[in-house]
Write a protein that binds this ligand. Structure first.
Ligand code: DAT
Ligand code: MG
Length: 149
């Protein structure tokens, strides 16, 4: 069982696509165990995207992700990292498959609507960066199906 951090990025919010984007992960079968509307500040943006520090697009990336509120979610499920990323489509929306979020709603790499962690380790790291432990509400299986603990 894996966890991944998913963000509806500022362009997704500004275009009114948050519900559409969340619904796609939900219908895929990934369980939402944390969710909030928040504004990412510069310090959090730099920690979140630390792997890209020094690259030519880093400053623009930080400006973009801090430019408007985002919906942050922790999703849990089998192969959650890979499953979320196939639902998202590849980084550059121009190359993303139709049927994926980026392939259906995006054209520009710098406005690609959604973030998802790229490894199970980063799924944990990023979830902990955005959520306190008490903000996460794991599900448990019961005879009645999936219920909150
Ligand atoms: P992803 O968001 O698919 O995990 P990434 O981690 O490689 O992609 O990059 C983070 C974000 O930075 C990405 O969503 C869009 C932007 N980005 C990546 N590569 C870029 C590039 N060569 N030029 C401009 N923006 C880029
Ligand atoms: Mg990435």
């Amino acid at each position: 069982m894996e966890r991944t951090l998913v963000l509806v990025k500022p362009d997704g919010m500004q275009r009114g696509l948050a519900g559409e984007i969340i619904a796609r992960f939900e219908r895929r079968g990934l369980r939402i165990i944390g969710m909030k509307l928040m504004r990412i500040d510069e310090a959090l943006a730099k920690r979140h995207y630390a792997e890209h520090e020094g690259k030519p697009f880093f400053a623009g990336l930080v400006a973009y992700i801090t430019s408007a509120p985002v919906v942050a979610m922790v999703l849990e499920g089998t192969d959650a990292v890979k499953s979320a990323r196939t639902t998202m489509g590849v980084t550059n929306p121009a190359e993303a498959a139709p049927g994926s979020i980026r392939g259906d709603f995006g054209l520009e790499r710098g406005r690609n609507l959604v973030h998802g962690s790229d490894s199970p380790e980063n799924g944990i790291r990023e979830s902990e960066l955005f959520f306190r432990p008490e903000e996460l509400v794991p599900w448990t299986r019961s005879v009645d199906g999936w219920v909150f603990e």
